[in-house]
Design a protein around this ligand. Structure first.
Ligand SMILES: [Fe+2]
Length: 286
């Protein structure tokens, strides 16, 4: 039996044991956040693959489920292509849901109002067939900021084929069947796109501490697609999006690169062979 301090006993007498337990749980969560923010600990999820020396995976993000401009039908087509090409796993770079009042007038772009409605849309309209590891982004965080909802955990509950790996960033180590590792970093940044598409991710990679750099850094948030094969020895990718250009984006103006990546990596002794295809979708002229 654990020993309780005098202060704990006094607190328990005044407020009861459930309250104390709740506070202890909250403290553990906050400590974990501080450790992660301080860079002392990154939780790394491991994903093992069956091919001897080749890793295959899909990258996508900014699905903005709940927004009238989201396009889950294109996401479905993307999943089919990824599965046809032998992918079993996909990584999502955040903004799974569109959230609420993220910017002025965002609520008028919604087809699904509120957290429950957006979660329901995700449950029913987002395709199945790939095991998805995801981070949450600033749009998902709007529900946390307004109502304290842990969006990542709630998504895992309605979609057991989705695994939550972090808020704003997360790390997944892929391993070939022969045991070779390849570290993926998933990031969801804040702010707007710079005049050059690659500028913000480049800056983020420049600021990464030595020893914490992944083999591949995949960025969501900007709704752009790009691949920089090697920058500070990191393969840098922007994951695209599955939402057409919204009125907000037209006003800025900033483009939406709708689509996702299918990636094949062969980790070797002193090199990594990376092949990446971007599946780009275009809007029907109606
Ligand atoms: Fe987004």
């Amino acid at each position: 039996m654990k020993t309780k301090t005098r202060t704990m006993l006094e607190f328990e007498q005044s407020f009861g044991q459930p309250k104390l337990k709740q506070l202890q749980r909250d403290l553990a969560v906050e400590r974990e956040k501080v450790d992660m923010l301080a860079g002392t600990r990154d939780k790394v999820y491991v994903e093992k693959q069956t091919d001897k020396n080749t890793l295959r995976f899909a990258l996508f993000g900014d699905t903005q489920i709940g927004n009238a401009y989201a396009c889950p039908e294109n996401l479905e087509a993307f999943f089919k292509i990824a599965i046809d090409r032998g992918c079993e796993v996909a990584f999502h770079t955040g903004d799974v849901l569109d959230g609420w009042k993220v910017y002025k007038g965002q609520e008028f772009e919604l087809r699904d109002i509120g957290f429950e409605a957006q979660l329901k849309r995700l449950e029913s309209d987002v395709p199945k067939g790939l095991s998805v590891k995801f981070i949450t982004g600033n749009h998902d965080a709007s529900f946390k900021n307004l109502a304290g909802i842990s969006v990542g955990k709630a998504i895992e509950k309605v979609r057991p084929d989705w695994e939550f790996v972090g808020e704003d960033q997360g790390y997944v180590e892929l391993q070939t069947a022969s045991g070779r590792p390849y570290l993926l970093g998933l990031y969801h940044m804040g702010g707007g796109t710079a005049y050059a598409v690659s500028y913000r991710p480049q800056k983020a990679v420049e600021q990464m501490e030595g020893g914490r750099k992944p083999n591949m850094a995949v960025f969501g948030h900007f709704h752009k697609a790009e691949l920089l094969p090697s920058y500070r020895n990191v393969c840098v990718c922007q994951s695209g999006c599955f939402e057409w250009q919204t009125p907000f984006m037209q006003r800025l103006p900033t483009a939406a690169h709708v689509g996702g990546w299918i990636v094949e990596v062969q980790p070797c002794d002193n090199c990594n062979i990376v092949k990446a295809e971007f599946i780009a979708f275009y809007r029907d002229r109606k």
